[in-house]
Design a protein around this ligand. Structure first.
Ligand code: SF4
Length: 171
């Protein structure tokens, strides 16, 4: 990976990186609402909790706190939460178990979408499931690997997610 990093990411990268995440949320929400409004509300609450978990558990420890990272969340975090400089993000190791809630953001609507297809076939649901599966795997991998992580200063300083992925890819 290139070692050059951004102090503040260019806006076009922030837009592209967030577009994939927001598309996963939107398709997921549509599929869950199609199942029932209560499921949609529960899924929306889960996604909001995931954002809060990121801001409170990672962004406030991150180098990009108050700055524009690849997702712009360092800046958003500084609007709501005080910085936690005493423990840098690099000092917070994570395991694959810690990433399960992130994977569930796309796996929950994917699972319910497949159940809906079995109950009654719909080209629209099939198309949305295929797009969601692509965005939740290849799409997310591309924006992180080619944009957000490639130019990230926190990666140079030490990033627990990067360490986990590189450890796994070397194993
Ligand atoms: S790089 Fe990641 S942890 Fe750091 S502020 Fe941005 S979203 Fe948060």
């Amino acid at each position: 990976m290139k070692t050059s990093s951004f102090e503040n990411f260019p806006w076009w990268m922030v837009v592209v990186c967030n577009a994939v995440g927001l598309a996963v949320y939107a398709i997921g929400l549509y599929l869950m609402v199609r199942l029932g409004i209560v499921w949609g509300v529960l899924y929306a609450a889960y996604c909001l909790w995931m954002e809060w978990r990121l801001l409170s558990g990672s962004c406030r420890h991150c180098y990009y706190y108050g700055k524009r990272c690849g997702f712009g969340k360092g800046r958003v975090c500084s609007w709501f939460l005080a910085r936690k400089a005493e423990q840098g993000l690099g000092a917070k190791p994570i395991s694959w178990r810690d990433l399960i809630p992130d994977f569930l953001v796309s796996l929950i609507p994917l699972g319910f979408g497949i159940a809906m297809l079995i109950r009654g076939f719909s080209w629209l649901v099939l198309l949305l499931i295929v797009i969601l599966a692509f965005l939740g795997s290849v799409g997310t991998g591309l924006i992180r690997g080619r944009l957000a992580c490639q130019y990230c200063k926190q990666r140079e300083i030490g990033c627990p997610a990067q360490q986990l992925f590189s450890k796994t890819s070397q194993a």
